[in-house]
Ligand binder design. Sequence first.
Ligand code: HEM
Length: 421
Amino acid sequence: LAHGLQRRVLQRAAAKGDVMALLATDPAFYDDPYPSYERLRADGPVVRNGFVAGTVDHAVANAILRSDDFGTGAGQGELPAPMRRLHGLVRDPDTLSPVDPPSMLAVDPPVHTRYRRLVARAFTARKVGRMADRVQDVASRLLDDLEREPTFDLVGRYAAQLPVAVIADILGVPDAERSQVLGWGNHAATTLDPGLSWAEYRRAATALREMHAWFGHHLERLRRNPGDDLLSQVLQDPEAAELTEEELHAIGLLVLGAGFETTVNLIGNAVVLLDAHPDQLARLQADPDAWADAVEEVLRYDAPVQLTMRAAVRDTEVAGHRISAGEAVLVYLGGANRDPAAFADPGTFDVRRSNAADHIGFSAGVHFCIGASLARLEATVALRTLYERYPDLRVVGRPERRTTRVLRGWEYLPVSTVARV
Ligand code: HEM
């Protein structure tokens, strides 16, 4: 019921031309959201309409994400009305989604701090640096398997496989269970989006239910037989002993899902951008050390996570706009990354842009992405290895976009490794 209502509210607002509601519901708008972001920008740093407030302003977005005056809007007892309308998910422990408390993404300090500490220590830049050989190994092996195939789906066979292999390894998930996890993750990812159709909601709920059941078995297996993976370590940590089973599920499944549902988009978006900008690819081929900077520019130019949301915990002011306690603001990360006040000529894709890393593609503040170093490593290694092996790689056929709105990327991306004749 909540879903039906939410969808109707959005559809009514979209019919009146509400840009934010159109972005949430109309495929034509989320196929290319960037012109819509410019329409919002023209209306000022904080745009309010009948549906919800939103911002594409880099300074305002940063201020909101870093401010103690804002929380996730969830976990405060009663959800603020716009959040309820947006998420609409009925809370059910068997189908808890990444946006439901007690997911780390949906709780505020001090609870958030306690969960985050348990996980963040495994993903420091130093610890991630030690994973470089393993990531390289996975990338090379995936490409070895494609050696005899002059055309293949870059997303299905490579960009999606690399991150899931790495995060499965980190969380002690056996190889044989990886593709099942990948399938569940793809359905579960839709719960990040507002305005799901009933069919989408049912598919996501089923996937989440199966994923939770599987994760329960996985935890049991690691309790009986601990490995040297992150989850086994967490299970043995005295601090974690105080976590409920529901909290363990929320933390574990978020890290697992976030570990592969996002990096796939970064790699796919990069390949499409480089295909459209051969001059930029040529620069990288002449200077392979520049791949890491190019990854920052892809994160800025076409953010794999387009959107997040915060709600004011008390009456406050941002860029001269009063926001009252409980009011939610959509923070368009992808729009803020195109703010001309922060980036010169923001609509130009330039792998040598000096301040590309000022993007907020990994968010900012207390929820700044835990996996940022890992994602950067995976994308850098994946892209460098791909173009070293196949310097003539090009997109062919008809790529298909993912239909998700918060996550922006490709579902199907056919490529040819053979030079054009
Ligand atoms: C949080 C983006 C990869 C784990 C976030 C947030 C963003 C983000 C935007 C914060 C959302 C908010 O502020 O509401 C990305 C992108 C990735 C990526 C663009 C890849 C290109 C990863 C990976 C992991 C990961 C590989 C694996 C460890 C997490 C976790 C959080 C998070 C656990 C929650 C942090 C918290 O709430 O404190 N990510 N992420 N992410 N990410 Fe990532």
